[in-house]
Design a protein around this ligand. Structure first.
Ligand SMILES: NC(=O)c1ccc[n+]([C@@H]2O[C@H](COP(=O)([O-])OP(=O)(O)OC[C@H]3O[C@@H](n4cnc5c(N)ncnc54)[C@H](OP(=O)(O)O)[C@@H]3O)[C@@H](O)[C@H]2O)c1
Length: 317
């Protein structure tokens, strides 16, 4: 049976917005729950989107939202949590309990498909609460079989207009003359948000996506330092980047945790202990990933000739 109506949980965010645009263009009817309607207003121009204010962590609300939908895409994720073992309570709520509730509600509502966005490097023995809780969330989603066909995507860090990653560094480089950087040597293989949206749309339609877990990354690997320096070049704010040893990075993060909506936490620093890169194919079904260098200059501002040159050099070993 084809997928016509999709419940997009966490659909108001960065990745959800790209997926909503993609699915709406394909003629799907979308239901997007949000905690604050105001936050999701930018989706209203999409003709087939219905926004609804709801608490998706409440099983009764989820049961109502699932009624009559063919598929669910889960995009809820948080970067920070109070501490705890093996992961803190905020990670537990958003990354583990919510997928469990989604599976229960999807079974009861006879939903056909779930596409769940996890994270590259998620592992029960991972170095951070974020990665451990993402692994527990994946296990919860896999338990949906055989009643509900599941697909899990595990992206590396995601870039595109409105991203939090490159734009965060663009903001910091604009404000500060020097950037002391934790995890400077950490490896990333950034993936384009449009590629993630395309794979979600395809996964909903393909029978062979059921029961599959796909890593998702871009074509090239970079150190965090190289990425930050590239952002500096693109934005016209090249600054010295000073790599911090992990002890100092943890101290810096501990101080940042005292601020509201922290830029960085100690858990984030620990996540960077494992390279955020793929070992196998970067994307499923032989898809060719989009290069960072073809997209980032379009939204990170004033690229100059030198920036274009550096863009070509960036991924060279
Ligand atoms: N962005 C990346 O680089 C990246 C990389 C790897 C994996 N991922 C994963 O991809 C998914 C989407 O990421 P994103 O960057 O689009 O995140 P995002 O912009 O923060 O959006 C997440 C959405 O989830 C909802 N949400 C957040 N916390 C919630 C909570 N405690 N309870 C209920 N709803 C909550 C929010 O919706 P409302 O505020 O409207 O309720 C928000 O719009 C996440 O699972 C993330 O872990 C992202």
């Amino acid at each position: 049976m084809s997928i016509r109506t999709v419940l997009l949980i966490g659909g108001s965010g960065f990745v959800g917005t790209a997926i909503a645009a993609r699915l709406a263009a394909a003629g799907k009817t979308l239901l997007v729950p949000t905690r604050r309607r105001e936050r999701a207003r930018h989706l209203l121009p999409l003709p087939t989107v219905e926004l609804v204010e709801a608490d998706v962590t409440d099983p009764a609300s989820l049961a109502v939202l699932m009624t009559g939908v063919d598929a669910v895409v889960n995009l809820v994720g948080v970067l920070h949590s109070r501490s705890g073992s093996p992961y803190g309570p905020d990670f537990a709520r958003a990354h583990v309990a919510l997928p469990e509730h989604i599976v229960t509600a999807a079974r009861e509502a006879r939903v056909q498909r779930i596409v769940h966005i996890s994270a590259l490097g998620a592992a029960a023995d991972g170095p951070s609460g974020y990665l451990r809780s993402k692994a527990a969330g994946e296990a919860a989603i896999r338990a949906a079989a055989p009643e509900v066909g599941w697909t899990i995507l595990r992206p590396s860090v995601i870039f595109g207009p409105g991203d939090r990653f490159l734009n965060l560094f663009a903001g910091l480089l604009k404000r500060f003359p020097v950037l002391p950087l934790g995890g400077a040597k950490a490896r990333f293989q950034p993936v384009y948000v449009g590629d993630v949206a395309a794979v979600v749309a395809e996964a909903l339609e393909r029978p062979d996506a059921v029961g599959q877990t796909f890593d998702m990354a871009g074509p090239w690997q970079y150190s965090l330092k190289a990425l930050v320096e590239y952002v500096g070049t693109l934005t016209g704010h090249p600054r010295p980047v000073i790599p911090l040893p992990e002890g100092l990075a943890l101290l810096q993060a501990a101080l940042l945790e005292c601020l509201p909506g922290p830029l960085m936490s100690r858990d984030n620093v620990r996540s960077m202990r494992v390279p955020n890169v793929v070992n196998g194919p970067a994307q499923p079904w032989g898809r060719r990933p989009t290069a960072l260098e073809t997209i980032a200059p379009c939204y990170l501002g004033s690229i100059n000739k030198r920036g274009r040159y550096d863009a070509f050099q960036l991924h060279r070993p």
